[in-house]
Design a protein around this ligand. Structure first.
Ligand SMILES: Nc1ncnc2c1ncn2[C@@H]1O[C@H](COP(=O)(O)OP(=O)(O)OP(=O)(O)O)[C@@H](O)[C@H]1O
Ligand SMILES: [Mg+2]
Ligand SMILES: [Zn+2]
Length: 683
């Protein structure tokens, strides 16, 4: 089959997205590929479609067991021969899978990196024809990436041990040049086709808040999206627990997720979230890599994360289905110190050579500073991120809190001079907190002991709030108007620009919110579509969720929310029509088509008054059986009277009116159909 036919038949999509086609063409022309596309862009299709087109088997290397399991369930559900090999299988299950692989039962085999060099896996791979090795989440190979996985370094050895070198393709959403280079070199890609697509995700809106009380702010975000699900990221395990408890106490269905929980617990909570049994998952960054839950409406970062790479990937888990979604970061100055501490601790506990460790710490602090810049910039947030990834971006996006906020350009040269001269007066020996204390005229012990209350700069900004002073200092740091050291306790030092400002040769302006209403910042709600009925969508979503529960697969493996929405718009009444719905391939139409056609028909009849809400509550099996009954009823109708359209005769009676295509009409009891009538159009 051609690539487009495959896409339609298995995935149910009628066209490729973005650069998918280019990537697929290069792979099938036997060229190595390095593909960098943002989260949710559809990288999987880029290696799965060629896997079906190439002779032999594709090995996919993927870092997380849960990820692998879901992907394989998804593929199998679409009718593709796939399997996985990782430690979640027992030894005998693994042996069986390998035996079947040898017998040619699979086109795609997912493997954990630690499996690669084990002797039985290698033997199996040597006895079959491997056409491609696809490395998913390829940034895991790089020290510079945010999820370095030493086992990924085994990939090259593995490839070298194969009978012949297969095509090697690598996929990631991390776009920084260091990571890209590492992937290319460490994986030894051979003259690869390298593609980095635009990183913009226009449907995501970005927002940075500096709330006085993060809990109140978070609650108001969650509450203003009662029907939607979201992810809340925190920087430490204890924060996860506290925030989760806070939400639970406010009667919100929230569950925690962090590496300190047992495997089992984590799995349960992740599933509850994916299967829509809980609405909010509160997690550390251990959660979410490659998770394909397409209907996440918001991602809130309760703390500032450590780097923009991680932030964009985590935030990018919102709105994968292309609907409008929000990415909100709740910033506080403390987050900087905590992250710095976490970075230093993680390096101390690693077993790296001191020199390497030093380089890594410096690099991580550089990344942290960029993240800090994001939280304190008054420029377009989207622009900030895209520029960080090397993508030129000018102007304002109109869809971030800085673009939509009500800003005024304020001259703060005087305030800046006060801050800088305070730094000078204290001999450039203190950090931001102390400088702010002095300027605010604080009477704390430290100030008194040091005699700072007699400095000429003492209390110079006492008419400002602490928050305002902090903002000014942050702004000077972000703009490089003052230098902040990267020591354990960072110190503020003057630089060339500071001197110019002090001499009045450089004017400082800052964009600030006109009404700086920190805790009244606008809270959004995700816009709803008016193309389809929300109630119908909820109904068929519940059918889909029941099916998923029964089959023990995540809901999207059955149909994505986007497919369900498309169904609500197209309202298919036959199997051939349901194939026109986005995301419905041949196999899924065969397996689930009747159930959904019946559910949609039933719902339409409910809207007309044939049914009560209670009567809609059927199990998937009951729905399937009904479709048969309906078919029988209409078959008899066709045979005896010819084709016709069934409509409700009278709101209260169970008599329907049939208008026949050949002309004429007839009133028939619904019992004629052996049931209440289904779709209004008989087919
Ligand atoms: N051609 C297409 N048309 C419509 N939807 C598509 C197409 N290709 C992929 N998708 C859908 O896009 C979603 C994201 O795909 P995928 O999981 O491959 O993203 P990804 O790029 O691997 O993201 P991540 O970096 O988070 O792993 C999936 O729901 C997938 O079914
Ligand atoms: Mg992916
Ligand atoms: Zn913007």
């Amino acid at each position: 089959m051609e690539k487009l036919e495959l896409l339609k038949a298995y995935w149910g999509y009628s066209s490729f997205k973005g650069a998918q086609q280019q990537v697929i063409d290069n792979i099938t022309a036997k060229r190595d590929v390095l593909c960098v596309m943002p989260t949710g862009a559809g990288k999987s299709v880029c290696y799965q479609v060629p896997a079906l087109m190439l002779e032999g088997v594709t090995i996919v290397i993927s870092p997380l067991i849960s990820l692998m399991t879901d992907q394989v369930k998804s593929l199998v559900n679409m009718g593709i021969k796939a399997a996985y090999l990782n430690s979640s299988l027992s030894a005998s299950q693994q042996a069986l899978a390998m035996q079947r692989a040898k017998a040619g039962a699979y086109k795609i085999i997912y493997a954990a990196p630690e499996k690669l060099l084990t002797s039985d896996f290698l033997n199996m791979c040597k006895s079959i024809n491997i056409s491609m090795v696809a490395v998913d989440e390829a940034h895991c190979i790089s020290h510079w990436g945010q999820d370095f996985r030493p086992d990924y370094l085994k990939i090259v050895d593995f490839i070298a041990k194969l009978n012949h070198r297969p095509i090697v393709s690598a996929f990631t959403a991390t776009a920084t040049p260091e990571v890209r280079e590492d992937i290319e070199h460490i994986l030894q890609l051979n003259n690869p086709f390298v593609i980095t697509t635009g990183f913009d995700r226009p449907n995501l809106s970005f927002q940075v808040m500096h709330p006085k009380n993060k809990d109140t702010q978070l609650l108001s975000i969650v509450r203003s999206n009662p029907e939607e699900c979201g992810i809340v990221y925190c920087n430490t395990r204890s924060n996860v627990e506290d925030v989760c408890q806070m939400l639970q106490e406010a009667d919100i269905k929230a569950l925690p997720y962090h590496a300190g929980m047992s495997m089992n617990e984590r799995k349960q909570n992740q599933e509850a979230f994916i299967y829509d049994r809980c609405r909010v998952i509160v997690a550390t960054n251990a959660f979410g890599m490659g998770i394909d839950k397409s209907d996440v409406a918001y991602v809130v970062h309760y703390n500032m994360p450590q780097n923009i790479e991680g932030y964009y990937q985590e935030a990018g888990r919102a709105g994968r289905d292309g609907s409008a979604a929000k990415c909100i970061l709740l910033f506080s100055g403390k987050d900087y110190a905590t992250n710095k501490f976490l970075i230093e601790k993680s390096i101390e506990s690693s077993q790296l050579e001191p020199e390497t460790a030093q380089i890594i710490v410096e690099n991580k602090l550089r990344q942290l500073n960029a993240m800090y810049g994001y939280c304190n910039t008054a420029d377009c947030l989207r622009g900030f991120i895209l520029k960080y990834f090397g993508q030129p971006y000018s102007g304002y996006c109109g869809n971030c809190s800085n673009c939509t906020g009500d800003f005024v350009e304020k001259n703060i040269t005087i305030e800046a001079q006060k801050v800088l001269s305070c730094i000078a007066k204290t001999k450039q020996r203190f950090g931001a907190k102390m400088i702010a204390d002095i300027l605010l005229g604080s009477k704390n012990q430290n100030i008194i002991n040091n005699g700072f209350d007699s400095l000429s700069t003492y209390g110079l900004l006492k008419d400002n709030t602490r928050d305002e002073v902090n903002k000014i200092i942050n702004y000077l740091i972000v703009k490089d108007y003052v230098f902040r050291t990267q020591d354990k306790f960072p110190i503020l030092k003057l630089n060339g620009s500071s001197v110019k400002i002090l001499k009045g040769k450089l004017k400082v302006t800052m964009r600030t919110k006109k009404t700086d209403t920190l805790n009244k910042e606008k809270v959004f709600t995700v816009s709803k579509s008016d193309e389809y009925s929300e109630e119908m969508y909820d109904y068929i979503r519940s059918v889909r969720n029941q099916l998923a529960e029964e089959a023990n697969v995540p809901a999207y493996v059955i149909f994505s929310n986007n497919s369900l929405k498309d169904m609500c718009i197209k309202k298919p009444t036959s199997l051939s029509q349901i194939l026109n719905v986005s995301g419905v391939g041949t196999r899924k139409a065969e397996n689930y088509g009747l159930i959904f056609i019946t559910a949609i028909g039933l719902y339409c009849e409910y809207e007309k008054g044939f049914y009560t809400k209670e009567e809609l509550q059927l199990t998937p099996l009951q729905l399937k059986n009904r479709s048969g009954l309906y078919k029988e009823g209409t078959a008899v109708l066709h045979k005896q009277f010819g084709r016709g359209t069934v409509t409700l005769a009278n709101q209260k009676s169970d008599i329907v009116k049939v208008n026949f295509e050949k002309g004429g009409e007839k009133y028939i009891s619904t019992t004629f159909f052996g049931m209440k009538p289904l779709p209004s159009k008989s087919d």
